[in-house]
Design a protein around this ligand. Structure first.
Ligand code: SF4
Length: 346
């Protein structure tokens, strides 16, 4: 083989994928980063609504930031439309702790990477996976499973754990020097942080929090509820709505979503068409959206819940406004009792 060796890798912009790209760069390999957008990236929510946990932290796409730091091109690839039916709703290898189909997800992304490798003549694919780091997808057997099902047998290099895994074709053919790869395993990030300092990788996101909603138990509960009561005819807006607000199920047909702050209220306003709206004029209050055909009792409950989250929550009764299907009205209700509220919380 003549000419420069070219590799493409899954680049989240997290420490492990950034280090993996950097390790290969050190060996003179030309690197392209691929960043797949599944529709469940935490960054998408921050981009649309703001980072409610840390409002002062501006949104940045970590993959693009890592690419800029390493001086490598990064391609953002939108796989949302295929991801929902093919991966999320029918995972062959099941879900992890939440609704995260990590094994199917990795296989799907790596199949896409293989297509690009074949079409554009790249030599191999790499990832930032670390043996033993994640319970579902980064143990040896699932990693082998992912490799086999991706069609990349022999052509998938994991630079951080390579010395603990059988040599790949890039190593056997001398495209990559195996001696300069690593044998890191386990959940601790200590080795990676030391390596980052050694390789001059200084800006990377903290691992805590994750970059995907699907392993999050709160999100998973809302998604399971959605699939139970609404079925699998799902849109991206439906999935996005699950990332916003407090959700309460009032009946098999009716659910309400209560904004948690001003930015969520503003976001929810955009989805008021086809949904009922509930709010309070006399106190600062959330915007509550009603999904489904609300009976009189559901409307009253939605008003009580809204009152509970308003600044009038200590009052005996609060005047609450509503608008549904072009009709408008006002109800005076007591803020809902916290025990009753918890029973409805999704
Ligand atoms: S956490 Fe799992 S499901 Fe989410 S992007 Fe990562 S591998 Fe895919």
């Amino acid at each position: 083989m003549s000419g420069k060796i070219r590799a493409l890798g899954l680049l989240s912009g997290g420490l492990d994928s950034t280090l993996s790209a950097r390790i290969l760069q050190e060996q003179g390999i030309e690197v392209l980063g691929l960043h797949f957008s599944t529709g469940f990236c935490v960054a998408d929510r921050h981009r649309l609504i703001g980072n409610t946990n840390n409002p002062d932290k501006p949104y940045r796409n970590e993959a693009l930031r890592a690419g800029a730091d390493l001086h490598i091109p990064v391609e953002l690839i939108d796989i949302k439309d295929e991801y929902l039916p093919k991966v999320l709703l029918s995972p062959k290898y099941g879900y992890g702790q939440g609704m995260n189909p990590c094994i199917d997800c990795r296989i799907f992304m790596l199949q896409k990477a293989k297509e690009i490798m074949d079409e554009r003549g790249y030599n191999f694919v790499f990832t930032g996976e670390v043996l033993g780091q994640r319970p579902m997808s980064q143990r040896r057997q699932p990693m082998d499973n992912v490799t086999g099902n991706s069609g990349l047998e022999g052509y998938l290099l994991r630079p951080l754990s390579a010395k603990l895994l059988p040599p790949t074709i890039p190593e056997e053919r001398g495209w990559v020097d195996r001696e300069k790869l690593y044998g890191i395993s386990g959940r601790s990030r200590k080795d990676q942080m030391e390596l980052a300092a050694e390789l001059g990788v200084v800006d990377y996101p903290q691992p805590a929090g994750g970059c995907c909603f699907l392993p999050d138990e709160n999100y998973a509960r809302k998604l399971r509820d959605f699939l139970t009561f609404r079925g699998t005819d799902v849109t991206h807006d439906d999935m996005m709505m699950l990332k916003v607000g407090r959700h309460f199920r009032l009946s098999d047909d009716v659910k309400v979503i209560v904004g948690r702050d001003e930015s969520e209220n503003t976001y929810l306003e955009r989805f008021s068409q086809g949904r009922g709206e509930v709010w309070i004029d006399e106190f600062p209050s959330p915007l509550t959206l009603i999904e489904g055909k609300a009976a009189a009792r559901d409307l009253e409950l939605a008003c009580s819940i809204t009152a509970r989250y308003s600044d009038g929550r200590e009052h005996e009764s609060v005047s609450v406004k509503w608008r549904i299907d072009g009709s408008e009205g006002q109800l005076r209700v007591a803020p809902v009792d916290d025990n009753a509220l918890e029973e409805m919380r999704i």
